[in-house]
Write a protein that binds this ligand. Sequence first.
Ligand SMILES: [Ca+2]
Ligand SMILES: [Ca+2]
Length: 210
Amino acid sequence: MPPHARWSLSLSWAKNSDKIEHPDSLSAGGAFRIYSNYLTFPSDADLAITKTDLSDPVVVGAQVQYTLTVTKYGPSDATGVVVTDNLPLADIASITLGTPSQGNASELGGVVTWNVGNLGAGSSAQLTITVHVKSSTPPYTVIVNKAAVTGDQYDPDLTNNGAAEETKVIPLTSSVPGISLWGGVALAVLFSGTLIWLVCRKLITAGRGR
Ligand SMILES: [Ca+2]
Ligand SMILES: [Ca+2]
């Protein structure tokens, strides 16, 4: 049991029990002695969340698919598991939720709430969220998407209850094509024709001047 952990304790004893001394003096603010070998603590319910993005980097106006995975570590089951994902609306034009592997998900005002429900020890659940980057998003913007998971039980490790994914926005590739072989030939023919026409006109002009 880590320091400052929350736990509950149910007591039952008989007078003169060898487990608790002085039960008759138990009152508000009173003190009594409990032998630790008679105590049992609730098992840990360590929830964790990870997030990935596809693709990164992303072209301006293109889509990104986030995959959220919530996992239950520790020996006990978790109940009331809820994932909250705050999508960066400033840079996102549309939001499409996939069907979660369990539970149900909804979106309101850019906040996705995924009610996962119960998760057994060692089990995971997934949800995909597809968004489109705004065409007005400046290139080289780094979009940050944060999500968090909570549950009913005490979580001994809160460092893995949040996940942030960064996605870099890049500009469209230049749409001006390079000069192909046939383009080069066409330009050469055009240039040659123009040159020939200029030479002929020069000769004709010179002939008239004689
Ligand atoms: Ca945790
Ligand atoms: Ca990324």
